[in-house]
Design a protein around this ligand. Structure first.
Ligand SMILES: [Zn+2]
Length: 165
């Protein structure tokens, strides 16, 4: 099994933020999606899916598209869409036909897609400026439009922690 390339995933997320013109928080996924639609024809739409499925990426000769669970909370939808964009940007489907996300948190691709999504929604560049003690997770989660859980995991990342003032 190949090892995950977390650094490359984060780098690609930063590049996408820059290329799509993202200027601040919360990161607006609809702007990123419309940028990707222009650049690569990527479609994105909500779909009625079983609760265990957060979303998936389909790629073939004619169409590339992301579907996300229409019944999930918006925080979870944002993470799912960012995660699937990660699979798309990291060309994971060249190695595996279609990504359907259930509980595949162990593979290298899943780790990379999660690292991509985390950096895309809570970019280190923005977060650095917001890490003043005492840290208010509620406030930060609102500002970045993510769940409190997602934000507290993000803050525990050593690469983020070192910027806490
Ligand atoms: Zn995945």
């Amino acid at each position: 099994m190949e090892t995950a390339s977390i650094g490359r995933a984060r780098e690609l997320a930063r590049k996408l933020l820059k290329d799509s013109g993202c200027k601040g928080t919360p990161v607006m996924l609809k702007d990123i999606i419309s940028y990707l639609k222009n650049e690569s024809g990527l479609e994105c739409a909500p779909l009625e899916l079983s609760d265990a499925t957060s979303g998936f990426l389909v790629e073939d000769e004619d169409v590339s598209g992301i579907a996300y669970n229409s019944g999930h909370h918006v925080h979870r939808q944002r993470f799912s869409v960012a995660h699937e964009i990660g699979h798309f940007m990291l060309s994971h489907n060249n190695q595996r036909k279609n990504d359907i996300d259930r509980d595949e948190t162990n593979s290298a691709h899943e780790k990379e897609a999660n690292a991509f999504a985390t950096e895309l929604l809570m970019p280190l560049e923005f977060l650095k400026k917001d890490l003043k003690m005492p840290i208010d997770i509620d406030e930060l989660a609102k500002k970045y439009w993510v769940s409190k859980d997602a934000m507290s995991w993000r803050i525990q990342d050593p690469t983020v922690l070192k910027y806490v003032k």
